[in-house]
Design a protein around this ligand. Structure first.
Ligand code: SAM
Length: 440
């Protein structure tokens, strides 16, 4: 793997005696990781459902070494039991420390690695707002949040300026996992090496500063702002933080009490992770906003009532136990809304909550999203299979399978919902979305 000369010169200067260990790492395979999704299963269930062992990493109690290139085809992956992620990428959300009940903004969220980690830590309480400015990248974000069963999440496609301007001082914690020159991706994706230039690094640093300026607005008094990148350059890391704090005296650095990585190069309390620290590479800085003021917004006023709500309630009662909560009707889609949803008039919101149903003519057809966000015990019908079962693999390929039951039935892997079908006459008609089906 040929590394750019100027990149090597910078890294040699940065690493001194450790340059040898760093450059030798390019002859070794990259770290692979799996992050447990606590919304859908326990660590024991995940281990039982995977064909490879997991070993702990220092980056998060949810994050393990293990896996490989084909993990996306595993039934446990279809069921949202885990997210396949380079291990050190879990460090940013560990530094963010989201707590159940809080309002969290993930400003640069696609494809959703960190957003799904935040959703797992919120445990269904509070609100995750996941934003991605590039429209073409929002599909993966929507799909990953759905697969991992996040119901208390909003997905938007907005510029940082418009979104943060609409939410001044509203969020408890904001994550900026910024677009960067991606030097920490070089071992995994040699294609990224060709895009590297000193000019690109400088342009990234400028863009990162602008994104942070916007993000700062959205943090409440006393709230937390985390800045992370997957690159090594001083300019994009310590340099961006120094400029940010000069321009924003209302923020100060906060130590990150974690066992991973090493101190930042300028002695600030940010953390750096190199491949010698057990991950591909990350930089994480945590700031706290001074003051105590938390701004409020009007709540979302568009929840359905009357006959529309009763129709949704009747479908919900056919599928699940428990209370339905508020629903919203957006075109032909019926959504189970997140708690504490604010008014989002004028913003480009792609989804709020989990989809309960889609209107087909006069009928409401149940949707995949609501099943993915339910435990097996909350589904009125359930068919449960081990991961290697031929019926389950047939279901994931989109086939009709044998099942003695009646009505809408969740299909589960080791007790974890991965989709649904409709049972009648000893068969289960397949409702697994076409775009998600196994192709083997
Ligand atoms: N947080 C994501 C995850 O964990 O899966 C990865 C985010 S990636 C490092 C940075 C994201 O920022 C990309 O999805 C990119 O499209 C987006 N982005 C690019 N330009 C941006 C801008 N000017 N403002 C905000 N986000 C931008």
């Amino acid at each position: 793997m040929e590394l750019p000369e100027r990149f090597c010169a910078r890294m040699k200067e940065m690493l001194g005696a450790q340059w040898g260990a760093f450059s030798e790492g390019f002859t070794e395979p990259p770290f692979r990781g799996v992050r447990l999704n606590p919304l859908k299963c326990t660590e024991d269930t995940l281990r039982e459902s995977l064909p490879f062992p997991l070993t702990e990493t220092p980056f998060s109690p949810l994050c393990f070494y293990g896996g490989g290139e084909k993990v996306g085809a595993l039934p446990a992956h279809h069921a949202g039991m885990f997210y396949s992620q380079e291990p050190s990428a879990a460090s940013a959300v560990t530094a963010l420390g989201p707590l159940p009940g809080e309002r969290i903004l993930d400003l640069c969220a696609a494809p959703g690695g960190k957003a799904t980690q935040i959703a797992g830590l919120l445990q269904g309480r509070g609100l995750l707002w996941a934003n991605e400015v590039v429209r073409g990248r929002t599909g993966a974000l929507l799909s990953n949040l759905e697969r991992l069963g996040a119901q208390n999440a909003v997905v938007s496609c907005e510029s940082p300026g418009r979104l943060c301007g609409a939410f001044e001082g509203w969020f408890d914690r904001v994550l900026v996992d910024a677009p960067c020159s991606g030097e920490g991706m070089f071992r995994r994706d040699p294609g990224a090496i060709g895009e590297w230039s000193a000019e690109h690094v400088a342009a990234c640093a400028q863009r990162q500063g602008l994104i942070l300026d916007c993000a700062a607005q959205a943090v409440k008094g006393g709230g937390v702002l985390v800045y992370s990148t997957c690159t090594f350059s001083y300019e994009e890391n310590e340099g961006v933080c120094e400029s940010f704090l000069r321009a924003h005296p209302e923020f100060s650095f906060e130590p990150i009490p974690v066992p991973f990585g090493r101190p930042a190069l300028d002695g600030s309390p940010a953390r750096r992770i190199f491949p010698m620290d057990g991950g591909e590479g990350h930089f994480v800085a945590r700031f706290r906003r001074k003051g105590e003021e938390k701004r409020e917004k009007a709540p979302f006023a568009g929840a359905a009532g009357g006959p529309a709500r009763r129709e949704a309630e009747s479908l919900f009662a056919e599928l699940f136990t428990g209370e339905m909560g508020p629903v919203g009707i957006f075109g032909d889609k019926v959504l189970l809304l997140p708690e504490g949803l604010p008014d989002f008039t004028g913003l480009h919101v792609l989804r709020a909550g989990a989809q309960l149903a889609e209107r087909k003519g006069k009928r409401l057809e149940p949707a995949h999203g609501a099943f993915m966000a339910r435990e097996k015990g909350a589904c009125l019908g359930a068919a449960d299979f081990p991961p290697e079962s031929p019926e389950l693999l047939g279901f994931l390929r989109g086939e009709e399978i044998a099942w003695e039951g009646r009505g809408y039935t969740a299909v589960c892997v080791n007790g974890v919902v991965t989709g649904f079908g409709k049972a009648a006459g000893g068969r289960l008609k397949n409702r697994y979305p076409k775009g998600l089906r196994l192709r083997v």
